[in-house]
Design a binder for this molecule. Structure first.
Ligand code: GLU
Length: 306
């Protein structure tokens, strides 16, 4: 067992960040395996962080299943909810204070403003917005570009005039959005996919950092945790490239160094659609029950039928 989790010999820190909103599938397996391999090759530390941010969609059963599926694939980690570690807790549902502190810093820096717009936009903010293989967002998977209804006018302080009424312990009387600079270009070099370029106001708009029901958004929680846990490289699916651009803006606002980015190409089904958690037949459990091995699942040829 010790050989599977060799003691780290470098300062590399990677992470596995499953969301327990369904069973892991082939796409997750490939991304998580890549994250594990890269951390091993670097002699680094791998952290498992359970992204159970959304109280309505996260289930303990899926969290348990994710750990079990990852172990079955042969993936091992050094720190996590099951192992503890210096940056515990490793479940987002238990890290509220970390997110609240970062929300306060965004507020103090004038980066965010309160917003009273629709519930629909806000539902999308809690989960990582996954894109289809063709680069098109599935409906509701990402926030629509915000039309700016509640955005302070140019020259107006983003912190509202009634700021004395803001409860610093509880942002939850409004939703809060990060104000982007329309037209700003965000560029980064992806270690797998090469140079990337996105434009604020075109690829994404003012995005939610906190919902009025008291839950921080995926973008804020992710950046806060990656910084707090000392993550030096983020390995994730290519469907999160635009999230990375937003997270670069949050890192800048919060004074965090950017980690390196490695985005894995997406696994698609026979119709060219991204595998989603709703493709139950392609869940690791279902494939395992059908007798497939981790080798089958990780090999380039996807041995599954629709
Ligand atoms: N919990 C996210 C997901 O499952 C991970 C996103 C990330 O790697 O930042 O999609």
């Amino acid at each position: 067992m010790a050989s599977l989790t060799p003691a780290p010999t470098s300062s590399y820190r990677g992470r596995l960040a499953p969301s327990p909103t369904g069973y892991l599938h082939v796409g997750h397996a490939r991304t998580f395996f890549a994250a594990w391999q890269r951390s091993r090759n670097a002699g680094g530390t791998l952290v498992l962080r359970m992204e159970d941010l959304d109280p309505d969609r996260s289930l303990a059963e899926y969290a348990e299943a994710a750990l079990e599926d990852l172990r079955w694939l042969g993936i091992r980690w050094h720190e996590g909810p099951d192992k503890g570690g210096p940056f515990a807790p490793y479940a987002q549902s238990r890290r509220h204070a970390v997110y609240l502190a970062e929300w306060r810093r965004l507020l103090a820096g004038g980066f965010i403003y309160p917003c009273r717009c629709s519930r629909k936009d806000l539902a999308a903010a809690l989960s990582a917005p996954h894109e289809s293989a063709h680069g098109k967002l599935e409906p509701l998977d990402d926030e629509p570009i915000y039309p700016g209804t509640c955005r302070p006018k140019a020259g107006e302080s983003p912190a509202p005039s009634h700021s004395a009424a803001i409860d610093l312990e509880n942002p939850g009387t409004s939703n809060w959005r990060f104000r982007v600079v329309d037209g700003e270009v965000i560029e980064f070099d992806d270690l797998n996919l090469g140079p990337q370029r996105f434009q604020a106001g075109v690829d994404f708009g003012d995005f939610v950092v906190w919902r009025r029901d008291g839950v921080p958004s995926y973008q804020l929680a992710c950046v806060a945790d990656d910084a707090a846990m000392g993550i030096t490289e983020v390995v994730r699916g290519a469907d999160l490239l635009k999230s990375t651009a937003r997270q670069i803006l949050l890192n800048r606002a919060l004074g965090f160094a950017n980690p390196s980015w490695f985005h894995c190409s997406l696994v698609v089904d026979h119709n060219g659609r991204r595998l989603a958690k709703r493709h139950d037949a392609l869940s690791l459990r279902a494939l395992r029950q059908r007798g497939l091995t981790p080798m089958n699942i990780l090999s380039a040829e996807l041995p599954v039928e629709k």
